[in-house]
Design a protein around this ligand. Structure first.
Ligand code: GDD
Ligand code: MN
Length: 380
């Protein structure tokens, strides 16, 4: 199914009808073993959110320290607090997504349970989204007035490096794309949810990267505080998993993975091609014959690698390998004709042997990609 997503640029959230008790803001709080922070956080949020009709949604992944029980016991006396308790699953991103999808409030906020995010900035962030000035309001450590508090030098370094990388992948020029503290319109989350990866903990980054049209982002600075109680759950390993996922996503956004693989194989094939061409020329063959030999070897080489990697999911086995190789040659024969023709042309024009060889290979490989995915590795 094709998703057509249109985010009206200036639509503000409609004001709640007079006298209705609509909730304006849902604050999603992911928790894993945060028992000792729950009451402090609720008190802090109650103070910070005065004047806003809000609800607090804790999403707990079966903490062993009684976090969920505590939240439920508080929720017995407060209808604006509830606990989504998940069993047999772990994951910050998926917890946050589930929390955000579980509310009918038009605007949702995400904040850590450990008091590291400055809840007093929430009101300003909410206003930006409520007034329609931004689709997302992000709490930023790296904007003027923000800070990382008492982080170790190593953690600051890792965070900085990850931030730079994320900035490269994003259309939005924002200072803290790795922030776990933000306010966003719920309809945007609902639209984007099927595209989100659920893995890792960079939910904001995932949202920004999954939007078909850049979201309008505003940043509000804050100083990252020291953890109130308990320990951090984000190991370096988690961060690396997350970075790999993001890289994949960043690349996949511009070039389909399969084409990227085909091109990489093609590049290696070009190396093989040029090597054979060089040897054949040294052996005294004419350029046209040498180029034809190089093409023949390179095709066999590319076929094996593409069959093993690029089309791993449609991999040809047994006798099909021979049939596939034959069809790949057939497909490439036309490509090879273009290849040799183009190469000879460039060579005849007086250019260097390697430029001529490469020009031929490029012309041939464009044809090869299109045709081989239709014939050789046809979806069955
Ligand atoms: N439900 C659920 N499931 N919650 C989780 C899980 C999980 O698997 N892992 C962590 N949490 C909760 C924690 O209980 C806490 O409330 C919040 O998510 C953040 O976890 P921390 O372990 O405190 O992360 P951090 O302080 O190292 O990193 C935070 O700050 C970074 C910098 O802004 C997170 O907010 C990161 O997303 C953020 O990049
Ligand atoms: Mn934390």
């Amino acid at each position: 199914m094709k998703n057509v997503i249109v985010f009206p640029a200036t639509r503000a959230i409609p004001a709640a009808a007079e006298g209705s008790d609509t909730t304006d803001l849902a604050v999603v709080i992911p928790t894993y073993n945060e028992h000792d922070n729950v009451e402090t956080l609720i008190a802090a949020l109650d103070t910070a959110l005065g004047g806003i009709r809000y609800e607090l949604i804790f999403v707990d992944d079966w903490s062993q320290d009684g976090t969920a029980d505590l939240v439920r016991s508080i929720a017995r006396t407060r209808s604006d607090i509830r606990c989504i308790s998940r069993f047999g699953r772990r994951g910050l991103s998926s917890a946050v997504i589930e929390g955000m999808l579980s509310t009918s409030a038009d605007i949702v906020a995400v904040i850590d349970a450990d008091m590291q995010h400055d809840e007093s900035r929430l009101g300003a962030m909410f206003d930006l989204v409520m007034r329609g000035e931004a689709d997302v309001a992000v709490g930023s450590r790296y904007r003027e007035g923000g800070g990382c508090g008492e982080w170790s030098a190593r953690r600051v370094q890792i965070s900085r490096a990850a931030t730079r990388l994320a900035q490269l992948a994003l259309p939005n020029p924002i200072t803290d794309p790795m922030s776990g503290f933000f306010v966003i319109r719920r309809d945007i989350v609902v639209e984007l949810a099927p595209r989100l990866s659920q893995k890792g903990f960079k939910i904001l980054l995932d949202l920004l990267m999954s939007a078909p049209k850049p979201l309008r982002v505003s940043e509000v600075s804050y100083v990252f505080r020291t953890r109130e109680a308990g320990v951090s759950k984000l190991s370096t390993a988690v961060m690396f998993t997350c970075l790999i996922m993001l890289l994949k996503k960043a690349v996949g956004r511009w070039i389909p993975m399969r084409l990227a693989a085909f091109l990489t194989v093609g590049l290696l094939g070009l190396g093989v091609h040029l090597g054979v061409l060089r040897l054949a020329l040294l052996a005294g063959w004419s350029f046209t014959v040498a180029q034809a030999m190089a093409v023949t070897v390179a095709i066999a080489f590319n076929f094996s690698l593409n069959n093993a990697f690029t089309y791993r999911d449609r991999r040809l086995k047994g006798f099909r390998i021979l049939a596939g190789l034959a069809s790949f040659y057939a497909v490439c024969a036309v490509g090879a004709a273009a290849n040799v023709g183009m190469g000879s042309l460039v060579y005849a024009a007086g250019h260097r042997w390697w430029l001529a060889g490469a020009a031929g290979a490029v012309a041939g490989s464009i044809w090869n990609f299109a045709m081989s995915s239709w014939f050789t590795w046809r979806r069955r």
